[in-house]
Design a protein around this ligand. Sequence first.
Ligand code: SAM
Length: 304
Amino acid sequence: MEDRQARPDHPETSPQAASAATLWVVATPLGHLEDLSPRAQSVLENAPIVAAEDTRISRRLVPNNKDQRWISVNEHTEKGWIERIIESLLSGQDVALVSDAGTPLISDPGFRLVSAAHDHGIRVSPVPGPCAAIAALSVAGLASDRFHFEGFLPPKSGARQARLRQLASLESTLIFYVPARDLLKALKDMSETLGPERLITLARELTKQFETIRRDSVAALSAWIEADSDQCRGEAVLVVEGASDPEPMISPQVLAEALRDSLPPSQAARLLGRVSGLSRQQAWQWIHGDGAEPTDHTNGAESK
Ligand code: SAM
């Protein structure tokens, strides 16, 4: 019997597919060329059109085929190419989409093209393989049942810290893409926002000659990198332990409003302080909402 799963040209047909052609989304190696799967190689060799982020990089993966058309589809050119690629697909020509390394669309271009293909009822099929985030998570030694993929943080420290603060209470493991030259800056901001004691795994230069995998606290990893400037070369993923002591689901403001409605102020403030860890004065201010401080006669007895 024919093994359909092993044939790159026979994916499961999507019920709404309107064209005979397929947009293949093909993962390619992060560094080690042998990580190109035989199926990925076959699709890349046989697709009449290959849309590559940088054609010079991706052309190295397959033998030169003069009948094939290679086009450069990157974040700047993707929009301009979509119509023409969709026309080619609708006329029956397969297109293989690749990025420079790893899985297209994962912090890489391709989303608009894949979305447009869906809009036109074109069959889209993945040729799965390397992805730096998943490779890093698989060796991080941190909880992998739930994770949040953040990709790149903002380049400016203020915006980076603000984003990290938003993520600080997430219990899921966090995954960041970081150019290795920015590791120390990112770790400094992580120390200030997530805390210096969080466990973190550096996964640098995965599958390449100087591959480094190291798990430590944010503070210790930072000190280790500072002592070895080679660690600031190449490409890196940081995988960070999720929050173990998440922020309360209910904000003090919401809690204060609920307590204020149903209890006398001094009792409400006492309870708010106990459940949210606020000081007596802070809890009182939340309950009053006017910055008033408790006085002796209001502490424990009603003064309304
Ligand atoms: N689409 C790719 C994927 O599937 O992982 C990611 C592309 S993104 C533009 C590039 C980032 O991926 C790098 O800055 C780095 O964070 C990560 N990365 C790519 N190759 C890597 C490698 N060999 N080792 C560690 N991180 C890598």
